[in-house]
Design a protein around this ligand. Structure first.
Ligand SMILES: Nc1ncnc2c1ncn2[C@@H]1O[C@H](COP(=O)(O)OP(=O)(O)OP(=O)(O)O)[C@@H](O)[C@H]1O
Length: 252
């Protein structure tokens, strides 16, 4: 019997198009995308510059609206939610990890990681604090909780950002080029931790990346070109995945 939790859909786009501008200056960033993101998976979105990766992420996160089509997060159709509802959804159901870390410089590590609770107008419960401390420890930064971001290396700062993204156990985490500012060793460590935590806690992560090495940590890789899905490869199909990554490296 199949496990329904594995096949649950964390996010879906149905016929999603996004056109910026109008008339002769119109740019079609997304062209009738149909896509389901499964729960508990690390899904990478790859594609050349300008292919629509960021736009797709922004539309999924309700940071930008689709020109047509429908977008849902879990069971919620977000297509026509107003700004207040979208803000609440982002705060409670989504987590973000960015290339630039985006930590608050005046807050300690612990202050940054518990910020999502503060923004939601409450203090973390005892259980939630235990979860936060478990995350810090699993990410190897448990002894650094009193430090400020400027007292940390880039890799440590990105671990703090990952802990913050996981703190409220969101339905979905978006990681946008999370290793773009890290050297190759820190990148490997951060990606390894992201992959391990995803699997350990059945967390759903969408990773937007140019980097084939980053994408190789994913359970599934979706390739986008000109606003369309051109390849959709599961890790179980490893030969196809490595062939495609190799062809992208050759083309780059
Ligand atoms: N606000 C905007 N106004 C007009 N055009 C835009 C806007 N944002 C993106 N575009 C265009 O939409 C297309 C897709 O852009 P997008 O940023 O999603 O690509 P990307 O794959 O994330 O690129 P990169 O890897 O370089 O970040 C591009 O042609 C881009 O110029």
């Amino acid at each position: 019997m199949s496990d329904v939790s594995i096949t649950r859909v964390a996010a879906a786009a149905v016929g999603v198009s996004k056109v910026y501008g109008s008339g002769t200056s119109a740019t079609t960033a997304l062209d009738a995308i149909d896509l389901e993101i499964s729960s508990g998976n690390l899904t990478a979105i790859m594609g050349p510059s300008g292919s629509g990766k960021s736009t797709l992420m922004h539309v999924f996160a309700g940071l930008d609206t689709a020109s047509s089509g429908r977008v849902s997060i879990g069971d919620t159709d977000i297509t026509h939610l107003d700004d207040n509802a979208l803000t609440l959804l982002r705060r409670r159901s989504l987590g973000f990890v960015f290339q630039a870390f985006n930590l608050v410089p005046t807050l300690s590590v612990l202050g940054n990681v518990t910020l999502p609770f503060e923004l939601d107008g409450r203090k973390p419960t005892t259980d939630e604090m235990a979860w936060v401390r478990l995350l810090l420890s699993r990410l190897g930064i448990g002894t650094l909780e009193a430090r400020r971001p400027h007292e940390l290396s880039g890799g440590q700062q990105q671990r703090v950002a990952i802990a913050r993204a996981l703190a409220m156990r969101p339905q979905l985490i978006f990681a946008d080029e999370p290793t773009g500012n890290l050297d190759s060793r820190s990148s490997r460590e951060v990606l390894g931790l992201l992959g391990d935590l995803t699997r350990e806690f059945q967390q759903t992560v969408v990773l937007v990346t140019h980097d084939p090495v980053a994408a190789s940590h994913a359970d599934r890789v979706i390739f986008i070109a000109d606003g369309r899905v051109v390849q959709d490869v599961a890790k179980s199909d490893a030969k196809t995945l490595s062939d495609i990554i190799l062809s992208l490296e050759v083309a780059a």
